[in-house]
Design a protein around this ligand. Structure first.
Ligand code: COA
Length: 214
C-alpha cells in the first residue's frame, strides 16, 4: 500500500515532456543521470521530442483510439508544441517527475509514438512507464519493442529496483503488451480511479530488476 498514492495519479499524458538531444551522461553515479538517452532497437530510435514533432504528436494523440485511455488530448497543434516547449528544460531521471521520449522509426526518424517514464520518490529506485504508438503503426510489435528497450535501460543503465505500469483493464492492447513483455500483474483495484466521468478499475503490472532477463 505504500505505493498506492502515486499509482492513483495516472498522468494525463503519461508524462509527456521533452529534453535535449543527447547521449547518456552520468553525474554522481547511476541515479544522477540527468540527460535523456538515445535508445536504439532493431526498428526504433527513442530520443528527445523536438518542436518539429508537434504536428505528428498532435495528430495521433488526438486520435479517438488513443484518447480513450489517455487523459491528455491536445485540441490543436499549438497545444502539442506548447507542451514540448514547456517540458524541454526538464532533466531526465528527476525524482517525482515524468519524462517523455519520442519513439521514432529508426530508418526515417518519423515520430510514431511517445514513451513516458515517471521517476518515483526521493530514493530514485522506482519508475512508472506509459507508452503510446500511433494507430497507423500499431500491431506490428513496435510497442513491445519500445517497452522492452526502455525496461532494459531502466534496469541496466539506471539500475532501477522496480518498474510498474498502471492500466485500465478494458485497454486490451496495453494489457496484452504488458503480459507479452513479461511484466507481472500485481493488483487489480476495483473502481479505484475516477476517470473521464466514471469510476474505473486500475490494474498494476510490475517487474523487479532481479526478475529482468532472469
Ligand atoms: C498499447 C499500445 C502501445 C500497443 O502498441 P502496439 O505497437 O500495437 O503493440 P504490439 O504490436 O507490440 O502488440 C503487443 C501485444 O498486444 C496485442 N494487441 C495490440 N493491439 C491490440 C488490440 N487492439 N487488442 C487486443 N490485443 C492487441 C498484440 O496482439 C500483441 O500480442 P501478441 O504478440 O501476443 O499477439 C497501443 O495500442 C496504443 O498506443 N494504445 C493507445 C494508448 C494506450 O492505451 N497506451 C497504454 C496506456 S497504459
Amino acid at each position: 500500500m505504500l505505493f498506492r498514492a502515486p499509482l492513483r495519479r495516472r498522468s494525463p499524458l503519461f508524462g509527456i515532456c521533452v529534453g535535449r538531444r543527447a547521449r547518456l551522461a552520468y553525474i554522481g553515479g547511476e541515479h544522477g543521470v540527468v540527460v535523456p538517452p538515445e535508445i536504439l532497437t532493431k526498428r526504433l530510435r527513442l530520443d528527445d521530442l523536438t518542436a518539429d514533432d508537434a504536428h505528428a504528436l498532435f495528430t495521433y494523440r488526438s486520435h479517438p483510439e488513443v484518447t480513450r485511455f489517455q487523459g491528455w488530448c491536445p485540441a490543436a497543434v499549438e497545444d502539442a508544441g506548447a507542451f514540448i516547449a514547456r517540458n524541454a528544460t526538464k532533466p531526465f531521471n528527476q525524482h517525482d517527475s515524468w519524462y517523455q521520449l519520442a519513439i521514432r522509426a529508426a530508418d526515417t526518424g518519423a515520430l510514431i509514438g511517445d514513451f513516458g517514464v515517471h521517476f518515483i520518490g526521493d530514493d530514485g529506485q522506482q519508475a512508472e512507464i506509459g507508452f503510446t504508438i500511433d494507430p497507423a503503426s500499431q500491431r506490428r510489435g513496435l510497442g513491445s519493442e519500445a517497452v522492452i528497450a526502455v525496461l532494459d535501460h531502466l534496469f541496466t543503465a539506471l539500475q532501477k529496483h522496480r518498474v510498474y505500469a498502471s492500466v485500465d483493464p478494458r485497454n486490451e492492447a496495453s494489457m496484452a503488451l504488458l503480459k507479452k513483455v513479461g511484466m507481472r500483474q500485481e493488483a487489480h483495484f476495483r473502481e479505484s480511479l475516477f476517470w473521464k466521468g466514471e469510476w474505473v478499475d486500475d490494474v498494476v503490472f510490475a517487474l523487479l530488476r532481479s526478475e529482468w532477463r532472469a
